[in-house]
Design a protein around this ligand. Structure first.
Ligand SMILES: [Zn+2]
Length: 304
């Protein structure tokens, strides 16, 4: 079984809690992921909204160094995506919060040099680039430069966590496909989920650009009356399929980044998730696209 996941916070949690990527008691470990035939994981470095300027850059650098050290020490299990190594786990580095650039394009070049190939522009508040889900205002003039430079150097834009205005600013100035690495369709029953998830028009523009939507396992982002447990994930998939997103849907689990229902809590649950979705009536070919093929095709095409 092959899995491609667009978002987890595991490396940052390892850094903060002195845990190891190889073996730990968190949602994701290399040993857990290596149980599958192939596990491609986008590892995000989350920059909290209280870190800006040099402090954000320093934090980013420290966690990026830990990621590369962990890959080097565990090269029997993990290698960088786009290399010929035959390890079961493949890693792509991402940054959740463009403030890791410290508000300069030179800082973006540093992120690229450190291996970042996907950037979530904001977290929930404002930063130098634009307004997040719980903030006012769209992309700043610097944010527009940042986004254009990302497209030039080959960093994929991630619109998860943006507010609506920033999202549409990004849609307007970009020419390449972009992703929502860990956001769901806005069919949920709570305020937090509604702020963070995508409305139909947003979903359609991501689809038409050839982007990806990574379904988030966060309990609040799945919660819908009458759809308990994994039925809520099935309903998200059904809804996105009704909007013509068969080639767009992927997973962005948010492992080690949020609270989940038991059925989704950790990499070892993914086989059960697949079997449950089969029982819910989804075709194997559709599930294989969601679990792996859509993201694989996207990154092989769009990653330099
Ligand atoms: Zn997030």
């Amino acid at each position: 079984m092959k899995i491609f996941d667009l978002h987890c916070d595991t490396v940052g949690e390892c850094y903060k809690n002195s845990q190891h990527l190889r073996k730990n008691n968190m949602h994701l470990s290399l040993e857990g992921a290596a149980e599958y035939d192939e596990y491609c994981q986008v590892f995000a470095i989350w920059i909290t909204d209280d870190l800006r300027g040099e402090r954000a850059v320093d934090y980013f650098n420290n966690v990026a160094d830990l990621y590369h050290k962990s890959v080097g020490e565990n090269n029997d299990l993990i290698s960088y995506y786009n290399t010929d190594s035959k390890t079961p786990v493949k890693g792509i580095l991402a940054c959740e919060g463009g403030s890791a650039c410290g508000g300069t394009l030179r800082g973006l070049d540093n992120m690229y040099k450190k291996g970042v190939r996907l950037v979530t522009l904001t977290w929930n508040s404002n930063n130098e680039i634009g307004g997040g889900a719980f903030a006012e205002g769209g992309l700043t003039p610097f944010g527009a430069e940042f986004v254009k430079r990302c497209e030039d150097i080959g960093v994929i834009i991630d619109v998860s966590h943006l507010n609506r205005q920033s999202f549409w600013d990004v849609a307007k100035i970009t020419t390449k496909p972009f992703v929502a690495s860990h956001s769901n369709a806005n069919i949920v029953d709570n305020f937090y989920g509604q702020k963070r998830n995508l409305d139909d028009d947003q979903i359609k523009v991501i689809r038409d650009r050839g982007g990806l939507i990574g379904l988030n396992f966060c309990a609040d982002f799945l919660q819908q009356e009458n759809y308990p447990g994994l039925l809520s994930l099935g309903e998200q998939i059904r809804y996105l399929l009704s909007l013509g997103c068969e080639d767009v849907i992927a997973f962005g689990s948010d492992f080690d980044g949020c609270d989940m229902i038991d059925e989704l809590k950790g990499v070892h649950k993914m086989k059960g998730v697949y079997e449950n979705l089969l029982k819910q009536g989804f075709d194997e070919s559709v599930l294989n696209k969601i679990f792996y093929n859509n993201a694989k095709r996207f990154f092989d095409k769009n990653l330099k």
